[in-house]
Design a protein around this ligand. Structure first.
Ligand SMILES: NC(=O)C1=CN([C@@H]2O[C@H](COP(=O)(O)OP(=O)(O)OC[C@H]3O[C@@H](n4cnc5c(N)ncnc54)[C@H](OP(=O)(O)O)[C@@H]3O)[C@@H](O)[C@H]2O)C=CC1
Ligand SMILES: CC(=O)N[C@@H](CCC(=O)OP(=O)(O)O)C(=O)O
Length: 343
């Protein structure tokens, strides 16, 4: 397969390169840049020395049309302009940004940017690998899920879909490392702002709120407003999302646990890990795993459902490659069978 990456120099792009480099079906990876065309990539990223001593390409639709897969890992508002003209022209398109995940009106409300054209949005398929394989396989354009929604939906959908928890007052408390904010300088990721600090941000305004609500509706038929809060943790990678909800009437902790074990029993990348304590982001670092743990407090009858992922892998590049594998009838683990980095 001939693959292209637009936004190669960002965190998501660099992670795509790292994983695709070891993918046995990928014969070439062309790297595209909007700002550094012609520059030798390894001059900017020393870790790629002797591996990618190649120039960055100009973003050119003729060049892109000759590839089998094009990944866009660009800030919101970019792929909505770049990709529509490529739909149905040859390459499978996999977008890591939020541009094709939401209906027009929702996107403009939460992202405060112009939405992608309606016909392009109609073509896009939401790429939550474990829950949408049939549609992903046929899609010409995949909207790869956001990092937080990946952790939240994978960990909530079995319970919600089987009506095992009461979702009326669902509270989701999520925390992310700073690489979630991208590879560009910004106030929130400034060392002296992030270090020795734990902060909450975008309260009730996070752009992943409508995406999670949409996922609950799409995969579990539960159109339910959620309370979702996001926190910045002074670490580089990782997301921990904890959801709190009462058990539905008559449901036991064991039923909840059995449901998760059954739902994910054949999944390569979802590990139900009931006993680990502590249970944290470093157990999935650098890998495509989503680990899930559940506890019910008998005093409150409330379930705590926790998921950890690496935001750059299962939350971005890894899931994008898993989706590519689904599209090309490959084993979903191809290029993704890496053991988490022990740190
Ligand atoms: N970081 C994360 O954990 C996750 C990120 N995402 C989403 O994935 C996307 C990429 O994220 P991330 O890699 O972190 O972002 P970065 O800011 O690290 O990188 C984005 C890259 O996009 C390229 N770019 C910027 N403007 C343009 C443009 N106008 N046209 C074409 N390319 C452009 C830049 O490269 P150049 O200047 O060379 O063109 C840049 O390196 C974002 O939409 C993000 O929200 C999704 C899930 C997780
Ligand atoms: C730590 C941090 O700042 N994380 C980012 C993740 C954003 C992201 O991935 O954006 P889209 O999914 O919308 O493209 C945030 O919370 O906004």
């Amino acid at each position: 397969m001939k693959v292209g990456i637009i936004g190669a120099s960002g965190y998501g792009g660099l992670e795509l390169i790292r994983l695709l480099h070891g993918h046995k079906e990928v014969e070439s990876i062309d790297l595209f840049s909007s700002s550094e065309e012609g520059n030798i990539f390894s001059n900017k990223y020393a870790h790629l020395m002797n591996i990618y001593d190649t120039p960055l390409h100009k973003i050119d639709s003729g060049h892109l049309a000759n590839l089998d897969v094009v990944f866009t890992s660009t800030p919101s508002g970019v792929s909505s302009k770049l990709l529509p003209s490529l739909i149905g022209k040859g390459p499978r398109l996999i977008d890591l940004s939020g541009d094709f995940r939401l209906p027009e009106r929702e996107y403009e409300k939460w992202y405060k940017k112009e939405a992608a054209p309606t016909d392009a949005l109609e073509e896009s398929v939401y790429g939550l690998s474990e829950w949408n394989r049939v549609q992903i396989k046929e899609a010409s354009l995949i909207a790869n899920p956001g990092c937080y929604p990946t952790a939240v939906l994978l960990s909530l959908l079995p319970a919600v879909n089987n009506s095992l928890i009461n979702t009326d007052n669902l509270i989701i408390d999520a925390k992310s490392g700073v690489s979630g904010a991208g590879n560009k300088p910004g106030q929130i990721t400034h060392y002296s702002v992030a270090n020795e600090n734990l902060s909450i941000y975008k309260v009730n305004q996070h752009q992943h709120i409508p995406e999670i609500e949409q996922g609950l509706e799409l995969f579990a038929r539960k159109p339910q407003p959620i309370t979702f809060s996001t926190h910045l943790v002074p670490m580089t990678r990782g997301i921990l999302a904890a959801s709190y909800a009462p058990l539905a009437d008559g449901v036991t902790e064991q039923q909840l646990i059995d449901c998760y074990k059954e739902t994910y029993k054949d999944e390569a990348f979802v590990r139900f890990n009931q006993d680990a304590s502590p249970f944290g982001t470093n157990q999935v670092y650098g890998s495509n795993y989503c680990d899930i743990q559940i506890h019910v407090d008998p005093r409150t009858n409330r379930a705590t459902i926790v998921a950890v992922i690496d935001n750059l892998v299962k939350g971005a590049a890894g899931q994008a490659i898993q989706n590519m594998n689904i599209q090309f009838d490959l084993d979903e683990s191809t290029g993704l069978s890496v053991i988490p980095l022990f740190i």
